[in-house]
Structure formats: structure tokens, C-alpha cells
Design a binder for this molecule. Structure first.
Ligand code: ADP
Ligand code: ZN
Length: 201
């Protein structure tokens, strides 16, 4: 697939959890491999959802091998000089250098495919996803299904002990006591401290 362009561009697959980003990333990588393009897959180390640290897995169980990385610089160091496609999952967890790393790779002729959650549990931009969507040639924004009402879902609902997590809880929680649901804008709840006292912001 060359989209009628010279090789080297950035594709972003964004959306909430359960929207099918990993499925779509795996599909694009598999098709590139069928076309005999040399592909490398990376994934932020911070994603602890799965025990298979060395693979990208989707919620429906499909899997491809991936190298876990801690930083954008590590991706840059590990990219093989002959790689034609570089895929990066969980891009929201990576540091801001991910933007220059991707633009440099694309400038060298690499097809860069990034997948990531574009909003955090508060519904605000997550990490460098907004900047990556801005510099990309192609952006695919996927939606899941709201578990509360069945409409298309564009938000990650964080639950702590079954209740909506408050606005001031940390963006990335270490230890994973929390759980997440896909919800639409209207069913998404992020209580603020002041709401606990009955006052709306
Ligand atoms: P992501 O990488 O965006 O978290 P995945 O590709 O891992 O998404 O998983 C997508 C799959 O999750 C869907 O194909 C579907 O089988 C399953 N799924 C579970 N809950 C939901 C939901 N609320 N909305 C949509 N798909 C869901
Ligand atoms: Zn809803």
C-alpha cells in the first residue's frame, strides 16, 4: 500500500479502550508482512494489561510479537536500518520525543503506524497523541460501544472500587487496582472534589 505517495509517512489509529485499535494495528502489520515489507513492532512498557509483555494483543485474542520500550529514544535506537514499517502500540504512554522520532523515521522513508488512547480517564488529551494526530498524514479515530447505553463510545471511564474515579486521581495508576469501561460522552462521569459537597463546577 503506498497511497500513491513516496514511502515515508505517519498513520495514527486513535480511540478509547476496546475501540479496536490493537486489532487495526495488527491488521495493518499483518498485511505489510504479506506484502513482504520488513516490519518492526514496539509497545510501551507501561501497558501492564497483559502478561505477554512481548506481544501486542487485542481484546479479541489476536496477537503479534512486539518489543517493549521505555522511551521514544529507545525506539529510535532499536529501529533496524532496513525496516519499512514501524508500528508502535500504546503510544499515549511514551514521552514527547515520540513526535520527532516519528517525523524523522517518516522522513527517512519509513511507514510509521501508531496506536493509542487519545483521551485519558478525564476525557482530556493523553500524552503526545494530539501532537501525533496533528503531524500524521492519516488519522483513524475509532469508537467502542458504551457499556451504559449502547451508543458509540469515545471516553474511558475509570472505576475505583466500582465507582467513577475523581478528576484529581493520577493519569497513570501504578498497581492496576482500577478498572475501565468504554462510555459515550453523556454516560462518562468524572466527579470533582467540589461535586462531593453538592456544588457543580
Ligand atoms: P483497543 O486496542 O482499542 O483497546 P482491542 O483491539 O484490544 O481494542 O479490542 C477490541 C475488541 O474488544 C472488539 O472487537 C470487541 O470484541 C471487544 N470489546 C469488549 N468490550 C467492548 C466494547 N465496550 N465496545 C467495543 N468492543 C468491545
Ligand atoms: Zn452512553
Amino acid at each position: 500500500m503506498n497511497y500513491g505517495m513516496r514511502p515515508g509517512w505517519i498513520e495514527v489509529v486513535s480511540g478509547v479502550m476496546f475501540s479496536g485499535k490493537s486489532e487495526e494495528l495488527i491488521r495493518r502489520v499483518r498485511r505489510a508482512i504479506i506484502a513482504r515489507h520488513r516490519a518492526q513492532v514496539f509497545k510501551s512498557h507501561l501497558d501492564s494489561r497483559y502478561t505477554g509483555l512481548y506481544s501486542v494483543s487485542s481484546h479479541d485474542g489476536t496477537e503479534i510479537e512486539a518489543s517493549p520500550v521505555d522511551s521514544a529514544a529507545e525506539i529510535f535506537r532499536l529501529v533496524h536500518p532496513e525496516a519499512e514499517l514501524v508500528a508502535i502500540d500504546e503510544a499515549q504512554f511514551l514521552d514527547p520525543d515520540i513526535v520527532p522520532v516519528c517525523t524523522t523515521l517518516a522522513g527517512r522513508g519509513v511507514r510509521v503506524v501508531l496506536a493509542g488512547t487519545d483521551t485519558d480517564f478525564r476525557g482530556e488529551p493523553f500524552g503526545s497523541m494530539g501532537a501525533l494526530m496533528a503531524v500524521a498524514e492519516m488519522v483513524t479515530k475509532l469508537q467502542a460501544i458504551c457499556v451504559a447505553c449502547g451508543d458509540p463510545a469515545c471516553r474511558n471511564q475509570r472505576l475505583l472500587n466500582g465507582k467513577p474515579a475523581r478528576y484529581d486521581s493520577p493519569t497513570i495508576m501504578v498497581g492496576g487496582r482500577e478498572s475501565y469501561e468504554a462510555r459515550c460522552r453523556h454516560c462518562h462521569k468524572v466527579p470533582r472534589r467540589d461535586e462531593d459537597q453538592g456544588r457543580l463546577l
